[in-house]
Design a protein around this ligand. Structure first.
Ligand code: HEC
Ligand code: HEC
Length: 350
């Protein structure tokens, strides 16, 4: 909320100081989220938002020409039909190469202090370069500037890169900056739940209200999936990670995805993954970092069962002994967190 307060203070100063004189035009678009429960999305000083940059990033996010073989755009694995997560349990990258984890929901990524299931990336710009250079799109970290130059030569992109980045034009960094700027606009904060929380009590039906009460009470989901983001990582610097036993059953320890431990090298983080937001969750199956659960009610049942016992399972997860009817009520409540859809832009030269 820091940004919102600053904006408010400036408005008040402006009003009292210039008494009706023409004021300078706003420097950029309104910061996404400013008026909602999530607050203004953080924007780094070295990549300010502009409408033209957001529009450019929007096109790049949808453009498969960015990938090594023209088969994958960012959107390929973060599509509307899949709740903007992935359809495949484990994502399949360019050249048909299987990755190691499930594609997470892309809404509200601007609020995540750390990105990826293990939190190994600390900025959307770095993450975009990672996905573009790595297996997702297969270009290779060393070839990004060359690929960017190729993209920058497509009529329609040339002008936009010049207008947004001037002499820099299309480089690995400017492509990543534009994509990150677009991603910062993917704010989902006006769901039925948010309307209910703002006092519109008809926005949720009886079963959904009961589900919300269970979520906050008997099932204790709120301990980790707290509003407004429905993840405890909101507002933290490093994110929040727990071992809830996913991906461990039936695997020798050496073959388990060690998750957060691969970043921190701490034994306490073995098998721990970040607490995902539950916004848009009803639309985004399959679930968990390994996409191992197809159905939302089964995912809820798992989370409420205490999780698979292992040497590092968090003590916060215990069997809540929910009935089937209670699980359904929680699922109904979670569907009140449905977000909208990404808009498909028209792409230059295609
Ligand atoms: C082949 C599928 C695929 C493609 C293409 C892809 N992604 Fe992803 N994305 C994933 C997977 C899988 C993860 C999780 C990886 C992990 O946690 O190790 C992910 C994670 C992310 C995250 C982190 C979300 C979070 O909550 O931590 C962001 C942001 C993201 N992708 C944006 C992008 C952008 C931008 C592009 C294009 C440059 C892109 N993705 C291309 C599959 C894909
Ligand atoms: C101790 C913290 C904690 C508690 C309590 C908790 N969760 Fe989670 N939840 C997590 C973590 C961590 C993950 C990611 C696990 C993974 O993929 O390895 C997760 C994942 C999920 C997912 C899958 C999300 C996705 O993007 O695939 C759903 C759905 C979910 N939780 C619902 C619930 C519900 C409903 C409750 C209450 C019954 C609950 N959780 C309680 C930490 C928690």
């Amino acid at each position: 909320m820091k940004y919102a307060l600053t904006a408010l203070t400036l408005t008040m100063l402006g009003l009292s100081a210039c008494g009706g004189d023409a004021r300078a035009p706003a420097a950029g678009p309104a910061i996404p989220g400013s008026d909602g429960p999530l607050g203004a999305v953080p924007v780094p000083d070295d990549n300010p938002l502009t409408d033209a940059k957001i529009a450019l990033g929007h096109q790049l996010f949808f453009d498969a020409r960015l990938s090594v073989d023209g088969t994958r755009s960012c959107y390929s694995c973060h599509q509307n039909e899949n709740g903007n997560g992935g359809a495949d349990p484990i994502a399949i990258g360019a050249a048909g190469r299987q990755l190691t984890r499930h594609s997470p929901v892309i809404w509200n990524v601007g609020y995540m202090p750390r990105l990826y299931w293990d939190g190994r990336s600390s900025s959307l710009e770095a993450q975009a370069r990672g996905a573009w250079g790595g297996g997702n799109m297969g270009v290779g970290a060393d070839n990004l500037d060359a690929k960017a130059a190729e993209i920058g030569e497509i009529p329609g992109y040339t002008e936009q890169f010049a207008a947004v980045f001037g002499e820099l034009g299309a480089t690995a960094e400017t492509v990543a900056q534009a994509i990150a700027s677009y991603e910062r606009t993917l704010v989902c904060d006006v769901t039925r739940f948010d309307r209910y929380a703002a006092g519109e009590i008809d926005a949720l039906n009886e079963q959904e209200v009961r589900g919300m009460e269970l979520f906050n009470g008997k099932a204790a989901c709120v301990a980790c999936h707290a509003p407004p983001l429905f993840s405890a990582q909101y507002g933290t610097e490093e994110g929040v990670y727990y071992n809830v036993g996913i991906g461990i059953e039936g695997r020798p320890a050496g073959e388990v995805d060690a998750g957060r431990q691969r970043v921190t090298e701490q034994d306490a983080d073995w098998g721990a993954f970040k607490v995902p937001s539950l916004r848009n969750i009803a639309k985004s199956g399959p679930y968990f970092h390994d996409g191992s659960v197809a159905d939302l009610e089964d995912a809820i049942r798992y989370m409420a069962s205490g999780g698979f016992a292992n040497r590092n399972r968090t003590p916060l997860l215990v069997d809540r002994e929910l009935t089937d009817e209670e699980v359904s009520a929680i699922a109904a409540f979670l569907s009140s967190l449905d977000c909208g859809e990404l808009e498909e832009p028209e792409l230059p030269g295609s």
